[in-house]
Design a protein around this ligand. Sequence first.
Ligand code: PMP
Length: 394
Amino acid sequence: MADKKLFENLPEPQPDALLALIGLCRADPRPTKIDVGVGVYRDAAGATPILRSVKAAEKILIETQDTKTYLGSDGDTRFVELIKQVAFGDALAGDPTLVGVQTPGGCGALRLGAELLKSAGATRIFLGQPTWPNHAPLLGVARLETVDYPYYDTAKRTVRFDEMMKALEGARAGDVVLLHGCCHNPTGADLSLDQWDRLSRFVADRGLIPFIDLAYQGLGNGLDEDAAGTRMMVERVDQALVAQSCDKNFGLYRERTGALFVKAPSEAVAKAVYGNLLSLARTNWSMPPDHGAAIVRIILDTPDLRADWKAELTEMLARIRGLRARLAAADPRLAYIDEQNGMFSMLPLSPEQVLELRKEEGFYMAGSGRFNVAGLSDENVDRFAKAVAAKLPA
Ligand code: PMP
């Protein structure tokens, strides 16, 4: 007989600290509160509006779409072709050994990649410390053993590159190394091109498999600049995975828009990879949601909309860079923030100091000291910098 109390065996779900923070911020009546916790882009007015180019593409879609019948497990193949060119540039866009399928966001791409790796017999994945907290659970679900490597020194505010390379000496051929393509979450500290050069030679020599998470292309220093390390790595190795997301750079968040690309050593193997991706997708979500990918396809396929999207992305990037420069100029101890990229940086604060700033100033940031630069505005950035600097050691 079935166990009637089956669901009582379930583990206590882990509360999501960042979601809890949203609730706390919302409940705070102080008009001077600042939400730098949640990881979405905000404009100068504190809003996360739908991009003009996205609205225009949605109108076109409503007028021209004539069926809602199923697509395949690969999703919108024209979307995949177009976003491949954006992510990898012209040199790799036509590479038949680099195959891709549409996924439900970057999360879907990470999960699908992990399942492909597991199915191919990979056993270990190296993860930088710190990394995005969802990496380990998303990849761990494919039962890959996770091994930590040092990535960022919070006190020194720099990438621990030598230590990282030393830790990777312990990786064996076929081991997977997770990397952030740009705009590292949570630290904002990216590898320099010189470091990508050294790392990609090492990874190629050792037969390691890079798995690059490219979730913020265009929000660091520009579309091509932000993808330069990823492209260098993919060109140098014969096996790689790239989880791409359009959820930040097209502001599509809830539409769950992304793709997984896999580079194989030959066209024949790439075909086998593609077939496997389709079967794995089929058993996960059958096929990805269409709307976001259709929007991106229309934007990238329509010259006016493509140009407008690029202008909007440049505006977002300029706002982030401007805020970073303001924080850096406010205090020498915050100067490192201007060297970092994307929406996030970490403040070298203890969890107690983070709580004090919440109580005293109404600043809502993660307990780790990670804050969303785009959550600041021209009006409050100086107050934020001053209050944070007051907590830092002289
Ligand atoms: N990777 C990183 C580093 C992220 O920060 C995020 C989103 N917060 C993702 C992947 C997943 O993005 P998506 O919303 O497209 O699933």
